[in-house]
Design a protein around this ligand. Structure first.
Ligand code: HEM
Length: 370
């Protein structure tokens, strides 16, 4: 029940509908050479194929540590779990002899003007996105992976995310709400449309990329703090102008329903939807900007308070695209200087390449790369 298949052309967790809980964890790879890196990818394949399917964990001699943390009880159950493995630009340095296999657009995350990056939460060799119905299932999977890879991986940074379950239940009809109180995901490309995903999300054979990348995707992770105290004291009218949408319905300004077209053609002077609004900058909806469409798959986060006593919460922004330059990098460049910047602060993240899927039991993650 609630099992997201592990085997397939693509990894799960990219076009898979979003469940309520997520976790992104980024590691330094400790493997010393290609041989050890291969051992790591084989191990990850074995663990993920088990965790996403579930099953009984055998008992061992009580003088030994149990095989499983026990967080999910004696029998591991899938709970909609997906575990998505992606690699950072640093994996292609001299350590593993993979320099000539680096995806063409993969770079270390760059700093944009509004960023206030904390280097302890940036970049890394390997990212694992874990999503499922509950935080416990994600933690169980993470602890299982860490337990099996002590000599191969060291945790660098981690962040947990969540989505409101009451809107998730109606996914497809209703969008989830972010912590600024706006519906999020409304204009996302339809992830069930395979042809569209082949165009926008998956690296294809005609991409000019190294052959091993076909079926993979560029992953962008950004930890974007929301300055909610300030936002909650901002007039509704101003909030709506900043996004270009009505707060409660999610409709483009001047329209009635969430999925109505913003109809920029009828608003050539930007008097209805400001030229500097988030949605108009992010997607001007012209023929030339179609290639910049991205698949957003973000989660809310909340984690204590800042040193000055403000709530530390915001958006764990995650997006996927077939081409990092045409996708996130171009969209973020258009958003630079947007009025929303007064209320948000990107503090961490990284760019990664999500490996192609594992087709069957005979294959392992990253096999074509190695
Ligand atoms: C749309 C919120 C950051 C790209 C939206 C919408 C909201 C929103 C409320 C309108 C509903 C929707 O279509 O989903 C936020 C917040 C952010 C943030 C609160 C930061 C905390 C970003 C970033 C990017 C981005 C970093 C990419 C660089 C987009 C795109 C759209 C969108 C492409 C769809 C526009 C359209 O097609 O009409 N965002 N966003 N957003 N956002 Fe963001």
């Amino acid at each position: 029940k609630e099992n997201q298949p592990f085997y397939g052309e693509h990894q799960a967790g990219i076009i898979t509908p979003q469940p309520a809980a997520a976790l992104v964890v980024v590691f330094d790879v400790l493997a010393k050479d290609k041989h050890e890196l291969t051992r790591l990818f084989k191990l990850l394949t074995t663990r993920i194929s088990f965790l996403t399917k579930g099953g009984k964990v055998p008992d061992v001699d009580p003088k030994l540590p149990p095989l499983d943390s026990g967080v999910l009880g004696p029998e591991v159950f899938p709970d909609n779990l997906t575990v998505t493995i992606s690699v950072g630009a640093s994996l292609f340095d001299q350590r593993f002899g993979l320099a000539d296999k680096k995806p063409a657009h993969l770079i270390e995350m760059v700093r944009f003007p509004n960023d206030q990056l904390n280097l302890d939460e940036c970049h890394g060799d390997l990212s694992i996105q874990i999503c499922s119905n509950t935080a416990e299932t994600n933690i169980h999977a993470l602890r299982d992976i860490i337990k099996h890879t002590p000599d191969l991986l060291a945790v660098k940074w981690k962040i947990d995310g969540f989505l409101p379950p009451h809107t998730l239940a109606k996914m497809g009809e209703e969008s989830v709400i972010n912590l600024l109180g706006f519906k999020d995901g409304t204009a996302n490309p339809n992830a069930q449309d395979n042809k569209l995903m082949d165009e926008l999300v998956w690296v294809g054979t005609q991409s000019g990329e190294p052959a091993w990348t076909v079926g993979g995707s560029y992953q962008v992770v950004r930890i974007i703090r929301n300055l909610v105290e300030q936002w909650d004291r901002t007039p509704l009218q101003e909030q709506e102008k900043i996004f270009g949408r009505h707060k409660h319905s999610g409709a483009p300004l001047g329209k009635k329903n969430e999925h109505d077209d913003p109809d920029y053609a009828s608003d050539s002077d930007g008097s209805r939807i400001d030229f500097k609004s988030h949605i108009r900058l992010a997607n001007p909806r012209t023929a030339e900007t179609r290639k910049n469409l991205i698949l957003r798959r973000g989660f809310n986060y909340s984690r204590g308070i800042s040193k000055s006593g403000q709530l530390d919460m915001g958006l764990l922004f995650v997006c996927y695209q077939a081409n990092l330059t045409n996708g996130f990098l171009t969209v973020q460049a258009r958003l630079n200087g947007e009025p929303l910047e007064e209320y948000i602060r990107p503090v961490g993240g990284g760019y990664f390449f999500s490996l192609p899927g594992v087709k069957d039991e005979k294959e392992f993650l990253g096999q074509a790369l190695l």
